[in-house]
Design a protein around this ligand. Sequence first.
Ligand SMILES: Nc1nc2c(ncn2[C@@H]2O[C@H](COP(=O)(O)OP(=O)(O)OP(=O)(O)O)[C@@H](O)[C@H]2O)c(=O)[nH]1
Ligand SMILES: [Mg+2]
Ligand SMILES: [Zn+2]
Length: 287
Amino acid sequence: MIGRIIRGVGGLYYVAANGSIYECSARGKFRKDKITPTVGDFVDFTILDDENKKGALDKILERKNSLIRPRVVNIDTAIITFAAKSPDINRDLLDRFLILAERQNIPNIIICINKADLSSEEEKQEFLSVYGKMYDVAFVSAKENIGFENLKDLIKGVTVFAGPSGVGKSSIINHLIPDSKRETGEISKKIERGKHTTRQVELLYMVDDKYIVDSPGFTSLSLDFLKPEDIQNYFREFEDYIGKCRFVDCAHIAEPDCAIKENIGKNISKERYERFVYLYNELKQRR
Ligand SMILES: Nc1nc2c(ncn2[C@@H]2O[C@H](COP(=O)(O)OP(=O)(O)OP(=O)(O)O)[C@@H](O)[C@H]2O)c(=O)[nH]1
Ligand SMILES: [Mg+2]
Ligand SMILES: [Zn+2]
C-alpha cells in the first residue's frame, strides 16, 4: 500500500491511504539506514490489521524537498506569513524565509500578509511595489474574514504556513479548516520568545489533495550554512541578469559593469539589493 504520513507521535506514524488513516510502526531497518520517517513522506506500508487500522512502514519513497522548521517533506506550497502590523513586518526576516524556501525548491512560494485590517491602502501598495513582481502576495485579515477566497486559490497540495510568532498563522488556518481548531493567542510579554502556541507538526486535511501545515513561529533565522556566493540564486529578480556582468564570477558587490547593480531602481529594488549585500557580507564574515 502507498500512503502518506500525516502525523508522527512517539515512534508511531499515522498514514493516510484510500480515505483511511493507519497507525503504523517503523521497522528496525529505518533506524539502521538512519532514515527518520517524516510528516509528508510518501510510504510503502503493509496493513497488519485492517479492522483496527494498524500497519507497518516498509519503505520511504524519494523526497522532492524538505524543511527543517517545521520538519516536513514533499512540500508543494510555502506561505510565508507576516502581519501588516503588530508585529510589524521584519523584511530582513521575510527575505531569509524566502531564501530558504527558494533553496529548498518549493515549487509554489507565496507571501501572505495578515492583519490587513491594521494597514492602509498606501502601505499595501508600497509592499507590493517591492515584492509584488516576484511573488504572489495575499493580503488577508483573519479577524475580519477578508481575502480568503484569493488565498484558497493560491493553495496547492501540501501547504506550509511559516512565519514569526503572533502573525496569525493559526488564526488563518482556522478559517481555511474550521474543524482544525488551532490554538491561537496573544504574544506573551512575560515569556520573551513569544508564546509559540503551535508545536505539533501534522498535515491538516483541507479539501481534495490539499493539506495545511501549521508551524510554531520564530523570530530569527540563521542562514550560516549557505555560501555567500550562492545567495544570489535565491533572489528571483536577479535571475535575468546573472551571467551578464563583465566578470563571470561577479559577486555583484564592488565589481564594475555589474548587470545587477545597473538594474537597481529599475527591476531590482534598492532595499532588496541592500539586504542582499548585508547578508552576503554577514555570511562572508562567518567563513
Ligand atoms: N487585528 C488582527 N489580529 C489578528 C488577526 N489574526 C490574528 N490576530 C491576533 O493575533 C494573535 C496571534 O494569532 P495566532 O494565530 O495565534 O498567531 P500564530 O502566527 O499562529 O502564532 P504562533 O503559533 O505563536 O507562531 C491573536 O491574538 C489573534 O487574535 C487579524 O487579522 N487582525
Ligand atoms: Mg500558531
Ligand atoms: Zn554582477
